[in-house]
Design a protein around this ligand. Structure first.
Ligand code: ADP
Length: 297
């Protein structure tokens, strides 16, 4: 019988802790605020952004949806990110993809203030993560690790396969698993024999965006399978990358889609924003103390 690794309980607990911290900050006059920048008409993106805003509201933090429209240019988006980066009332910034064709995503990621980069999108955050320095990890990648922890599954000494090598999910997940002492294989679109890369893994993480890509042939008996994929269908369903019906009974444990990694990701974005607000507040206070000291006040 395959165990279902749901994320709802963990998400509730992360949001609870974040709401306690947010209330304490609010008492000090700092209301954590998240800004989500988007530039698309895509309905599944709009749905995701609404779910972030709803989670923020429930946690007691402010969330601004900055919708620049599907014809926004790199310059417009860049200007908005820089402005938000300087705004002392904004503590967290998310740049939502997809962006309009032709926009320079790499340049835009670099325009996110690293102190407010709650989804670990700026290469500075990714570099610090790989260097094992404090940084916000991409929320989805961190959600995978937290979900394993929550369900008592340790990567230590185990083999893991990650399918997908994007900078937002596959690559950071692979690094985080190595940091947890797993031996990791990374597969991607040029992997000629995908099953050969995945079928011996104790832990299989799939972040590709192709519904049903992973079948029973790709999975070891008893493996832990984490399905990060979420593809929205025209009739409003959400499909994972794993053929759950086929993998059921072969896998030892499998995350549901929806209800697995997704809710944990959203909760972590909120928690990161609260952390960012606390850090920025502490920073401002020590700066003003220092400023007073320097000016001899
Ligand atoms: P995400 O944002 O979910 O990480 P991306 O579209 O950025 O998705 O990246 C998709 C990843 O999936 C890429 O790293 C790509 O190499 C990988 N990928 C795409 N097709 C396949 C495939 N058939 N087999 C294995 N990996 C694939």
């Amino acid at each position: 019988m395959t165990r279902s690794l749901g994320g709802a309980e963990l998400a509730t607990s992360i949001r609870h802790d974040a709401s306690v911290a947010a209330a304490a900050l609010t008492d000090l006059g700092i209301r954590p605020r998240l800004a989500v920048v988007l530039a698309t008409d895509d309905e599944s993106t709009a749905w995701y952004v609404r779910s972030i805003a709803a989670a923020a509201k429930r946690t007691g933090i402010l969330c601004d949806i900055v919708d620049l429209g599907a014809s926004a240019t790199t310059g417009q988006i860049h200007g908005t990110l820089v402005e938000l980066g300087h705004d002392p009332d904004v503590h967290g910034i998310i740049l939502q993809t997809p962006l309009p064709d032709g926009t320079d995503l790499d340049a835009l990621r670099e325009a996110i203030n690293p102190a407010k980069d709650v989804d670990g999108a700026n290469p500075v955050s990714l570099g610090r993560l790989v260097a094992r320095l404090p940084a916000f990890a991409p929320a989805t990648a961190q959600a995978v690790i937290e979900l394993l922890d929550h369900h008592g599954i340790s990567p230590h000494g185990r083999t893991a396969a990650v399918v997908g090598r994007s900078t937002v999910v596959g690559s950071p997940v692979a690094h985080l698993l190595v940091q947890r002492n797993a031996t990791v294989t990374v597969c991607h679109r040029h992997t000629t024999d995908l099953a050969a890369g995945t079928r011996d893994a104790d832990i299989l993480v799939v972040a590709v965006g192709i519904p049903g890509l992973i079948t029973a042939d790709h999975v070891a008996d008893g493996a832990v399978v984490i399905d990060v994929g979420t593809t929205a269908t025209a009739d409003g369903r959400l499909l994972g990358d794993v053929d759950a019906a086929g993998v059921d009974r072969r896998a030892g444990a499998l995350t549901p889609v929806p209800g697995g990694v997704g809710p944990v990701t959203t909760a972590l974005l909120i928690a990161h924003t609260v952390d960012a607000a606390a850090t920025q507040h502490a920073q401002t206070r020590s700066d003003s103390v220092l400023a007073g000291f320097r000016s001899g006040v």
